[in-house]
Design a protein around this ligand. Structure first.
Ligand SMILES: [Zn+2]
Length: 345
């Protein structure tokens, strides 16, 4: 209770006297504006859990958008064994070739949770039995949960980042990965989460691509007006250091605080575990006491082109530095994964 009160007070204070958000340079602000428009369109599809009609529609948007770019697009279809049965999923990888045999990956997830029950508090609780019945019937999911930030912001920003790579000449290969199935289908647990990234890490290990990957930067929930990026203790120390240094240099230090340290369970973890230097850029405080997370409040009005532009600026600067220096990072450590996110009831 005290923690909730503390969170609420902090949120109210931030709302009343928000720290000034430096405007990203025009190039990135415009990118943020385009990403915002796209995130709104994506949110309008409604909830996008794997197997739903809206999920299919979003897959078409992702593949048709990527097809217009000068890159190789790979669809990585797989069947996930989940607590509600076998669920078809698909990761999309847009591959921009560089001159060298090394690769940087920018990733994020495009699925959302499956909301079924709305509690009087406004919190959305998934009823996985209903989801299992609906699976395969392509039923229209009720448009109660929009996932504007959680699922929407990462998808939109990745598409815009991919678009911005069209005209860049790259030393290293740059892959933009859209992961499916980040969300739990029943209850968040060791086996019920991050299906797409776990599958991809395994695939790249088997085909040898993993050895070429010098860094993976994952983005998740990056569109909030009050964006504060969590200092994830499970990210690779050196790569996290680079991201925070770049953010500070760009004038965004207040949006990239170094306290408190968090442990974020997200799509970067399977790669950390596989020995790839990886970092997570995620806002873990979405609304008062994280109240907008996985609720009806995760709507487009909470998003800001400034925040999206700021993250694009940081990610593309990090990418530029990685590309110039070709620096090799030692492999990261994993502390207590899954501590940062409360299990979903
Ligand atoms: Zn989520």
């Amino acid at each position: 209770m005290i923690r909730e009160l503390f969170g609420l007070t902090r949120f109210v204070l931030r709302e009343l006297c928000p720290p000034p958000l430096p405007s990203p340079p025009a190039e990135f602000l415009n990118l943020g504006k385009r990403a915002l428009r796209l995130a709104r369109q994506i949110a309008e599809l409604g909830p996008r859990p794997p197997g739903s009609e809206a999920h299919d529609q979003l897959q078409s948007i992702i593949s048709s958008s990527l097809a217009k770019l000068d890159c190789l697009v790979e669809d990585e279809e797989f069947t996930a064994q989940t607590p509600i049965g076998s669920v078809p999923m698909c990761n999309y990888i847009a591959k921009f070739s560089g001159e060298e045999n090394r690769t940087v990956v920018i990733s994020g997830h495009y699925d959302t949770i499956h909301p079924d029950v709305v509690l009087p508090t406004g919190r959305v609780v998934r009823c996985w039995r209903l989801y299992r019945q609906a699976l395969g019937k392509r039923v229209t999911t009720p448009k109660v949960f929009l996932g504007a930030n959680d699922g929407g912001s990462s998808t939109a920003l990745l598409l815009e980042i991919a678009r911005s790579l069209r005209d860049r000449s790259l030393k290293q290969n740059t892959w933009i990965a859209f992961f499916d199935g980040e969300e739990a289908l029943a209850h968040w647990s060791q086996d019920d989460q991050t299906y797409g990234s776990r599958h991809q890490a395994q695939q790249w290990q088997q085909d040898g691509s993993l050895k070429q990957i010098t860094a993976l930067v994952n983005i998740d929930m990056v569109g909030s007006r009050n964006l504060r990026v969590a200092y994830d203790m499970d990210s690779n120390d050196q790569l996290r250091g680079l991201v925070w240094r770049v953010a500070r240099r760009c004038g965004y230090a207040r949006r990239f605080p170094v306290r408190p340290g968090r442990h974020m369970a997200d799509d970067h973890i399977p790669f950390i575990q596989a020995g790839v230097p990886a970092v997570d850029i995620i806002d873990a405080e979405y609304g008062p006491g994280n109240a907008f997370w996985h609720t009806l409040e995760d709507s487009p009005d909470k998003l800001s082109a400034h925040s999206l532009g700021m993250i694009a600026h940081v990610v593309l600067e990090v990418l530029r530095e990685l590309d110039c220096t070709g620096r090799q990072y030692s492999t990261g450590h994993v502390g207590g994964a899954a501590e940062g996110r409360a299990p979903i009831p």
